[in-house]
Design a protein around this ligand. Structure first.
Ligand SMILES: Cc1ncc(COP(=O)(O)OP(=O)(O)O)c(N)n1
Ligand SMILES: Cc1ncsc1CCOP(=O)(O)O
Ligand SMILES: [Mg+2]
Length: 525
């Protein structure tokens, strides 16, 4: 196989499109030939997750089915050679595989048959993880496969990735205790025919960090990685080799592929170091940490949405603040002091930088008081200042899109005037509905009113909590809450708080009107 020329080639996608004979985009494709791990930490399952996480398609030829968990390997069922051959033929004859990665190859006849298949259907690169013994110490391949590795598979490989035990086994049982030993092992394994060798030193005693030795046929590269203290290391070998394969399939050359793979494994271990799966000594780690760290980690400070937060919803207005000579931070501070339960920054005229800066300052105030802060219209500003959520209207970014950008924990409110909009709000993943204008207002132009009847209709049409908005003040807030619809949770107001001289006093007055009205409704029901 002449993978040397192909690995690291550019213009790969165009070539792949021609090969597939169809127009459209062909994703980078890794075929893993390995064993299934019922615990899903290693083997085929790890390979699929690793390739998927790095953006490569992963097809699978299963050589054995293992019964294993975090304690060890309880059983191995080897797939008959003919059926491994059939799987290989199915995938390789049809799917334009870029890179083959091998894991558990339980018998020499399977090794030999794989080599024949690869000669019949050449691929761009072959990554061999010479799996022999599981991390729990269980034997996964008969020692006779060593001959198959040495004589047939390794000469075809672009890289072979033994750990210390495997390197030792490939070299007849020599002892490997130092970095110098690893270098000489890498060189000796290279003489067996692979284009490059990575000897993994995770088990090397007396080293502060994990050192791997990469030999490219000419030079040694010492690759250092932080040693992460965790029990969750099951599947690191499979994952590293699969990541290398995925990077090669994407067009990387060998050394950058190894570096990217090491970074991925290091980050996965760091993210997963405290997860608990299984009762045994060695647990799996989370290959999909990138998805979760984006969505979950960043949001560790998120305010957990409580529909009662909508009770007294203060919405800012830059024109009013200007008129009264207030900064936005003063305005929201006063509203919180007066008893506002949620704040929305509705800054229609602000430039982005100014908006991000003031929103960040407001976030600090709100967080210190445990009051959620939402951003009107601007998902980007909400993300930038890690706000608790957004409020969007029917002509703003769709709720479903905002949800996928903000993740599951942020609060999303949406304006609705019709029952259909209200039903869709729930299906799209909104947390609440803003319904209005209920009454006429000069704060928002060209905004037809729905009245108290329209408000009730919206409330009844949705399971979501609703906040009423538009022309609401101390004079009519009692009527609004007096509708008594259970999911009407409060009122949102702009001018009756911020177009007044004393924001905190107006907020207090409104709060007591709302409290009286809700107690009256409770008494009636
Ligand atoms: C709580 C609440 N409800 C409704 C709105 C109005 O949002 P939208 O329809 O997007 O109009 P603008 O506020 O963007 O002019 C709101 N802001 N808050
Ligand atoms: C933003 C908005 N959406 C519907 S009405 C309205 C304006 C509410 O302002 P005010 O409380 O001053 O009537
Ligand atoms: Mg809007």
């Amino acid at each position: 196989m002449s993978a040397a020329a192909a690995v690291g080639c550019s213009g790969f996608k165009a070539m792949a499109t021609v090969r597939s004979g169809r127009s459209g985009h062909k994703p980078p494709h890794v075929l893993t030939v390995a064993g299934s791990d019922s615990g899903a930490g290693a083997g085929i399952q790890a390979d699929m997750k690793a390739c998927g996480a790095l953006g490569a398609y992963c097809s699978t030829v299963i050589t054995a089915v293992t019964a294993q968990n975090t304690v060890g390997v309880q059983g191995v069922h080897v797939v008959p050679e003919d059926f491994v051959a059939e799987q290989l033929r199915s995938v390789l004859s049809d799917m334009d595989v870029d890179v083959v990665k091998t894991g558990m190859l339980p018998s020499i006849s399977i090794v030999k048959m794989l080599c024949r298949s690869l000669k019949e259907f050449p691929v761009r690169a072959l990554v061999v993880d010479p799996v022999m013994v599981s991390t729990s110490g269980d034997v996964l391949a008969s020692p006779t496969i060593l001959a198959g590795f040495r004589e047939e598979l390794l000469p075809m490989a672009d890289i072979v990735t033994p750990n210390l035990k495997e390197a030792s086994a490939l070299l007849g049982g020599i002892s490997l205790k130092t970095i110098a030993d690893m270098q000489s092992a890498a060189k000796s394994i290279h003489t067996l025919g692979p284009r490059t060798v990575l000897v993994k030193g995770g088990d090397l005693p007396d080293t502060m960090d994990a050192v791997d030795i990469f030999f490219d046929g000419k030079e040694f590269h010492e690759l250092h990685g932080e040693r992460i203290s965790t029990r969750n290391t099951h599947g690191t070998g499979c994952t590293l080799a699969s990541c290398i394969a995925a990077e090669l399939a994407k067009g990387s050359s060998m050394l950058p592929a190894i570096q990217a793979a090491k970074t991925f494994v290091g980050n996965a271990l760091r993210y997963s170091k405290d997860i608990v799966i299984g009762r045994g000594p060695q647990g799996p780690f989370d290959h999909l940490f990138q998805l979760k760290s984006h969505i979950f980690n960043l949001n560790s400070n998120d305010h957990h949405f409580n529909p009662d937060d909508l009770f007294l919803y203060a919405v800012t207005d830059s024109r009013m603040n200007k008129k009264w000579g207030r900064s936005i931070t003063n305005a929201i501070g006063a509203a919180i002091e007066g008893g506002a339960t949620i704040i929305q920054l509705r800054e229609k005229e602000a430039h982005t930088r100014e908006f991000v800066e003031s929103a960040t300052a407001c976030m600090e105030i709100c967080r210190s008081h445990g009051v959620p802060l939402l951003i009107n219209d601007r998902i980007d500003v909400a993300l930038a200042c890690d706000a608790d959520g957004v409020h969007v209207g029917q002509s703003d970014m769709p709720v479903s899109m905002a949800r996928s950008l903000l993740g599951p924990n942020k609060i999303i409110g949406v304006s609705c005037k019709t029952p259909i909009q209200a039903q869709k709000a729930y299906l799209d993943g909104a947390n609440y509905i803003g319904c209005g204008g209920v009454f006429p207002t000069t704060t928002k132009e060209n905004n037809p009113t729905v009245g108290l009847d329209g408000l009730k209709t919206i409330c009844l049409a949705s399971k979501l909590p609703v906040v009423a908005i538009g022309g609401i003040s101390v004079g009519n807030a009692g009527d609004v809450m007096g509708t008594g619809v259970p999911n009407l949770k409060g009122v949102a107001v702009v001018s009756s708080l911020f177009d007044r001289e004393c924001v905190s006093a107006e907020t207090q007055r409104l709060r007591s009107v709302l409290m009286d009205a809700t107690s009256a409704v409770k008494e009636l029901s």
